[in-house]
Design a protein around this ligand. Structure first.
Ligand code: ATP
Ligand code: MG
Length: 171
């Protein structure tokens, strides 16, 4: 099954991100991520054998992460998959440390696809028709986080559907 590790935004922030998605879509076109699906991916695991899932669930459910806040202050785009996102202008040291810690832990399960570069971002639009973000309103959002989520992504005719399988304990 297709899995990834992510941070899920608190409800109020999720709604604010959803409103930015609407504004971005009006200008850039493309497919807006459903508000309920908005997230920050820390590690994409891809296809994972079912037999590994209980251990992954237990690992996530037993280890608290360091709580912190992430400041979102910029629009960004990824050209090739035509994605419009929001995130931080400067690399966020605590998120980079969390990304490292997560991949260190995953190595024990045999996941070694740690990416060389990590750009923390929240995807708002996919297959955007215009990667034009310069006239979009300024981003100024604060994301307090304290839990890591293990998420199952299943594809149906509408696209990906996410189900959270486990969350880390609150420290
Ligand atoms: P769809 O693929 O139908 O457009 P999706 O991208 O939301 O939907 P997934 O492909 O299952 O769903 O991806 C789940 C999460 O993992 C998303 O945040 C996605 O950006 C990220 N992701 C997917 N593939 C990769 C990859 N090869 N490397 C890094 N992150 C990935
Ligand atoms: Mg995808």
């Amino acid at each position: 099954m297709r899995l990834f590790l992510a941070l899920e935004p608190p409800a109020e922030l999720r709604d604010a991100l959803g409103r930015l998605g609407d504004i971005a879509q009006a200008r850039c076109g493309g497919r807006r991520m459903p508000t309920a699906s908005l997230h920050l991916t820390l590690a994409f695991l891809g296809e994972v054998d079912e037999t590994q899932v209980p251990a992954l669930r237990a690992w996530v459910a037993e280890r608290p992460i360091a709580a912190a806040t992430w400041q979102l202050d910029t629009w960004g785009t990824f050209q090739r998959p035509a994605i419009v996102w929001v995130g931080g202008q400067a690399p966020d040291a605590r998120l980079i440390a969390l990304h490292q810690a997560v991949w260190d832990g995953l190595a024990a399960f045999g996941f070694n696809d740690r990416p060389a570069r990590f750009v923390p971002h929240v995807t708002l639009l996919r297959r955007a028709q215009r990667l034009a973000t310069s006239e979009l309103p300024a981003v100024d959002l604060t994301w307090p986080y304290q839990q890591l989520s293990l998420v199952h992504s299943s594809l149906d005719h509408q696209g990906a559907r996410y189900t959270t399988l486990a969350r880390s304990p609150i420290a």
